[in-house]
Design a protein around this ligand. Structure first.
Ligand SMILES: [Fe+2]
Length: 249
């Protein structure tokens, strides 16, 4: 399998490129509209055809490239069925493997950051979206977020995976690239060790984070599988502008 971890600097998002060498089919997990051209160039450079894009959840910090990639190269749109987005071609459900060529993702419903959030398990690695970040987790104060649910998703579902499973998150803000289940069990300051549900809820209720800059545009845009709003203010224009640069940023 061909594997690339691609980085989008504006929202510090990781997009994952998975390619099946036998069929030439590729899938992108959480592609971002600003780096769409770069990512499509990378797919092409590797001799692959983009069969699908798949999102882990409805993002609040960037616009997904799903719809524009579909328009550009004909890729199909997969997203959690839970969110009932009319623009998706395939609704992801837990217990139903999602297959692209020889690549088989096992969807894991991991609510808490959003209610429809999914992680995707692929053999020795798991794409954790915003449910589990490296020594962190996604916030739970918007989009039907729920700290109780996130605690259960991480502790009961993700931490139940084999210790050596590699953790590839949807974001990192400190130039870290990969973790593992055992590392997060031991070192995650919010969810690791013997942290109780009450302790976790206390942490999440006292993060004191600012209102997300782009959420009022990103969520409606992503509910349409990636539409840039026509009324975007100038100070947010970069969120819909193509970025140049290398895949590693
Ligand atoms: Fe998110």
């Amino acid at each position: 399998m061909i594997f690339r971890q691609l980085y989008e600097p504006l929202s510090s998002t990781y997009t994952y490129l998975l390619g099946d060498e036998d069929t030439g089919q590729a899938v992108l997990i959480d592609p971002v509209i600003t780096t769409m051209e770069r990512d499509l160039t990378e797919v092409q450079r590797l001799g692959l055809n983009l069969a699908y894009t798949v999102d882990t959840h409805i993002h609040a910090d960037h616009i997904t490239a799903a719809l524009e990639m579909k328009r550009s190269v004909g890729s199909k749109i997969a997203a959690p069925a839970y969110d009932r987005l009319p623009c998706t071609d395939v609704g992801i459900e837990e217990g139903v493997p999602f297959q692209v060529g020889g690549i088989i993702l096992q969807p894991l419903h991991t609510p808490g950051h959003t209610d429809g959030h999914f992680a995707y398990l692929l053999n020795d690695r798991v794409f954790t979206g915003d449910a589990l970040l490296i020594e962190g987790c996604g916030r739970t104060d918007f989009q039907n977020g729920d700290a109780d649910a996130l605690y259960r998703s991480v502790r009961e579902k993700l931490f139940a995976l084999p210790d050596e499973t590699l953790v590839y998150p949807a974001h990192d803000y400190k130039e870290r690239f990969v973790s593992s289940i055992v590392q997060e069990k031991k070192r995650n300051p919010r969810l690791g060790g013997d942290k109780t549900l009450d302790e976790f809820k206390h942490i999440m209720a006292n993060l004191d984070l600012p209102y997300p800059t782009f959420i009022d545009y990103a969520v409606p845009g992503n509910r349409q599988c990636g539409v840039c709003p026509p009324d975007l203010p100038e100070n947010l224009a970069n969120y819909c502008r193509q970025m140049s640069g290398s895949p590693q940023g």
